[in-house]
Write a protein that binds this ligand. Structure first.
Ligand SMILES: N[C@@H](CCC(=O)N[C@@H](CS)C(=O)NCC(=O)O)C(=O)O
Length: 215
């Protein structure tokens, strides 16, 4: 198990975070698609990689790693000058707090398993899904916008270089656009995401570049 392999789904925002990190750190990696819509993540082959039945899983340095933020921190700690987390404890706290506001507070309630359950409870499943996504992504990003109202915010979420917080923000914004969330009160969020999207590491990780048939 020496090659780096990402077990990935093109529209997975947790996988998208890790794709950006791998690109930023220039880690050569191949990708194995795990089709969530076909339920491949719940099959024995993927459960052997990640017993939670979620993507991503990353085979790296002879290990199979799960949990996108734990993966990003591992890569950041093991690759020289990664810069995905600040060197000072308070800075690391802020980057983690921003990252968790997305990865632990917005993302889990908008996950496929949760939203499928919400749809099953409704007589109009598509409308229920849109309303759910708009509510939770909209409220979560409005709170994130307030968190960015800080002297520590710079060109990016924390200072003037991208950190783990930006790796969480950009995929969440992709989902916000997908579900037509009103972002008119989120000027900092949208400006930072736009800036990130101009960087090659972010652009190359975009779902459109990983979608089936995009190569
Ligand atoms: N906390 C996990 C979340 C992983 C996760 O929820 N992945 C989603 C795709 S973004 C998934 O596999 N969903 C499948 C499902 O909900 O059944 C991480 O950050 O890696």
């Amino acid at each position: 198990m020496s090659d780096t392999v990402l077990f990935d789904y093109w529209r997975s925002s947790a996988s998208y975070r890790v794709r950006i990190a791998l690109n930023m750190l220039a880690i050569p990696c191949s990708s194995v698609p795990v089709d969530l819509l076909a339920g491949e993540h719940k099959r024995a082959e993927h459960l052997a990689r990640n017993p939670q039945g979620l993507v991503p899983a990353l085979q790296v340095d002879g290990h199979m790693l799960t949990q996108s933020l734990a993966i990003i921190e591992y890569l950041s700690e093991t690759r020289p000058n990664a810069g995905l987390l600040p060197s000072d404890p308070l800075g690391r706290h802020r980057v983690r707090a921003l990252s968790y506001a997305i990865a632990m507070d917005i993302h889990p309630v908008c996950n496929l398993g949760v939203v499928s359950h919400v749809m099953q409870q409704s007589s109009d499943p598509d409308a229920a899904r849109s309303a759910w996504m708009r509510k939770f992504i909209g409220e979560g990003l409005a709170a994130f916008e307030r968190l960015l109202d800080s002297p520590h915010t710079g060109e990016f979420c924390h200072g003037d270089q991208p950190t783990m917080a930006d790796l969480c923000l950009v995929p969440q914004l992709y989902n916000a656009h997908r579900w037509k969330v009103d972002l008119s009160a989120c000027g900092r969020v949208t400006a930072i995401a736009r800036r990130c999207e101009t960087l090659p590491a972010f652009a190359a990780a975009h779902p459109d570049r990983s979608a089936p048939g995009s190569n």
